[in-house]
Design a protein around this ligand. Structure first.
Ligand SMILES: [Zn+2]
Length: 287
C-alpha cells in the first residue's frame, strides 16, 4: 500500500518533468523556425529601409558671388534639372556682329545662345583666383592686353592684380540666372543678375579683377583700394574701360562695378575714358 503510493508519486513527477521537457523543446524549436524566416531574432526591430540618396555633384562655383553685383551665387544649383530659358522682352535687339571688338552688349542688345568667340585662349602667366577652366579664358587680343595691364601695375606701382572671372558661356549665365531666380525671386534676379545673352562676359572681352587687399573677392570697395584706383585711371592705356561706373545704373543697367573691365582696344577705350561717358552714351553720341 505504502509502496503503491510512493510509486504513483514518482510516476506523477516523471510525467510532469517530461511535459516540461517537451515544452522546452517545443519553445526552442519554434524560436529556431522564426529565426530562420527573418534572419533575425523575433524580438529585434526591422531595420528602417532608407531610400538611396542621390549624390548631387558639388559643381565648382564658376562665378563670383557678389551682393549687389551682377554675378550671383550658384551654390544650390541642381545640374540634373532641365535648364529653363528665361523669357526675353520684345524690345531687345540681337547684336549684329558679336565678334566686333566694340560690340555693345547689355540688357537691350543681346548675344545669341550659340555665340562662342573663336579665339578664346587660356590665361597663362596671369595670376588667377578660381580653377574653373571656362572663366580663365579671354579672347586673344584681350588676354594680351590684360597681361600688359597686370605687368604695368606691378612694374609701375608694385601692385599684383588677379583675374577672377573672364569668359562665361551662354549656358553658364543661364544656369546662374535661373539659380538666382530660384533663391531670390524673379524681381531680384532681374535687378542683379544678367539674363543669358545679356552678359558682357559672353563676348570674351570682359574680366573681373581683384587683389589680395580684397581677399580676392569682388565688391565695390575695390574702387577704394590703391589697385582699384590705379585700374580706373590706367586701364584705358591698355585698351580697357571700367564698364559700369558709379551713378550710371539707369544707363548701363548695372550697379557700380569697379572690378569689371571691358576690352575695346586702346583707341576706343581712351576716347571713352576721356569722354567721361558710359559705353552706351559714347556709342549713342558717336553714331
Ligand atoms: Zn563682370
Amino acid at each position: 500500500m505504502k509502496n503503491t503510493r510512493k510509486y504513483k508519486k514518482r510516476r506523477l513527477f516523471i510525467t510532469m518533468a517530461a511535459l516540461v521537457l517537451i515544452l522546452v523543446v517545443v519553445v526552442i524549436y519554434v524560436e529556431g523556425r522564426l529565426k530562420d524566416e527573418t534572419g533575425l531574432p523575433p524580438t529585434a526591430e526591422e531595420p528602417v529601409h532608407e531610400e538611396p540618396v542621390e549624390e548631387v555633384p558639388d559643381k565648382e562655383n564658376p562665378v563670383d558671388e557678389v551682393p549687389g553685383g551682377e554675378n550671383k551665387d550658384n551654390e544650390n544649383e541642381n545640374p540634373a534639372e532641365k535648364p529653363q530659358e528665361p523669357s526675353t522682352p520684345d524690345d531687345v535687339n540681337m547684336v549684329e556682329d558679336p565678334a566686333a571688338i566694340d560690340a555693345l552688349v547689355n540688357k537691350k542688345n543681346n548675344l545669341s545662345s550659340t555665340y562662342v568667340p573663336e579665339d578664346l585662349v587660356k590665361l597663362e602667366g596671369i595670376p588667377t583666383v578660381l580653377e574653373n577652366p571656362e572663366i580663365n579664358q579671354l579672347r586673344e587680343t584681350a588676354y594680351i592686353a590684360l597681361k600688359d595691364l597686370f605687368q604695368a601695375a606691378t612694374d609701375e606701382e608694385g601692385y599684383e592684380l588677379h583675374a577672377r572671372s573672364g569668359y562665361r558661356s551662354y549656358g553658364t549665365q543661364r544656369d546662374l540666372y535661373n539659380s538666382y531666380v530660384k533663391n531670390h525671386g524673379q524681381a531680384a534676379a532681374d535687378k542683379y543678375s544678367a539674363k543669358p545673352g545679356q552678359s558682357e562676359h559672353q563676348t570674351g572681352l570682359s574680366m573681373d579683377i581683384t587683389c589680395a587687399a580684397m581677399n580676392f573677392q569682388l565688391d565695390d570697395t575695390f574702387g577704394n583700394t590703391d589697385e582699384g584706383k590705379w585700374v580706373s585711371e590706367n586701364a584705358h592705356r591698355f585698351g580697357f574701360i571700367v564698364r559700369y561706373p558709379k551713378g550710371k545704373e539707369d544707363i548701363t543697367g548695372y550697379f557700380y562695378e569697379p572690378w569689371h573691365i571691358r576690352y575695346l582696344g586702346v583707341e576706343l577705350a581712351t576716347k571713352v575714358y576721356e569722354s567721361g561717358l558710359t559705353l552706351e552714351e559714347y556709342m549713342e553720341s558717336n553714331m
